[in-house]
Write a protein that binds this ligand. Structure first.
Ligand code: LIP
Length: 251
């Protein structure tokens, strides 16, 4: 399974990279910020799904582009073939393929591949998290005022709540960014490039792989009510454990 998930993620990411910045019309899709889907999302989705269906025909699937296929299996693939579609369409290299595999309610494998920045993340339950084959760990930052943070509105169309969160945190952290790909944002917490990431109304396919990565890298993922991630749309905090208590209680 490890070899297979790595392979299908890599193939889809390489396909996206091959077509990156080749299609000038994509930038014109700006009118529909959250709803945007390109032919590249759809083709990458098909590439991934066809391979899973061939190898594991009885497994369940949940994909951003095609919804949910239930076969009554204990195994479920959660797929975002192009996370950061808006970035991709506008020539911004922060986009990724995100794939996770769950067994029952447990995340078992997760991959996030950001081909334009040459970052391939892999996590396996109980075995750790890796960036380009090297083991990764969350940062060791302890004080909010020293922290480098990511905050993004995720699936939220109205920007009211995120503005409140930015207002609350910006003045208390060292610095703040938004990357526009939840997969990369979570992966950056896992690899210690940033200390925490807060996002609202985020869909499961955007973050399933990132949740496993952060946990396997020694971090913590909870929703705003201190509950662990479940496979549903939610408001989430990804952190290096140290900062968690300083961030929680933000709802
Ligand atoms: C993206 C998320 C990101 C959000 C974008 C978009 P998509 O996922 O990863 O956090 O700000 O609006 O929802 O739709 O590109 O896969």
């Amino acid at each position: 399974m490890k070899k297979f998930i790595i392979q299908i993620t890599k193939q889809a990411g390489d396909y996206l990279l091959k077509n990156f910045k080749k299609d000038e019309k994509l930038g014109k899709l700006r009118g529909s910020v959250k709803g945007i889907t390109t032919k590249y999302d759809i083709f990458a989705d098909k590439m991934i799904i066809d391979k899973i269906r061939k190898k594991y025909p009885d497994h369940d699937l949940l994909t951003e582009e095609n919804g949910s296929f239930k076969n009554g299996s204990d195994w479920k693939w959660i797929i975002d073939p192009l996370d950061g579609t808006g970035n991709y369409a506008n020539g911004n290299p922060f986009f990724a393929v995100c794939i996770a595999l769950m067994h029952g309610d447990k995340l078992k494998y997760g991959t996030i591949y950001a081909p334009a920045i040459n970052e391939f993340y892999y996590a396996e339950a109980g075995k750790g998290a890796f960036l380009n084959n090297k083991k990764i760990k969350v940062s060791n930052t302890k004080r909010l005022q020293d922290s480098y943070a990511l905050i993004c509105e995720g699936g939220e169309i109205k920007r009211k709540r995120i503005l409140e969160l930015i207002d609350k945190f910006y003045k208390n952290v060292h610095d703040l960014r938004k990357l526009g790909s939840a997969g990369i944002e979570a992966a950056w917490v896992a690899s210690g490039k940033v200390d925490f990431y807060i996002t609202t109304k985020i869909r499961p396919w955007d973050v399933a792989a990132g949740v496993l990565l952060v946990e396997e890298a020694g971090g913590k993922v909870n929703n705003f009510k201190e509950k662990k991630w479940e496979c549903k749309t939610d408001d989430l905090i990804f952190s290096n454990k140290n900062l968690h208590n300083k961030i929680k209680g933000i709802d």
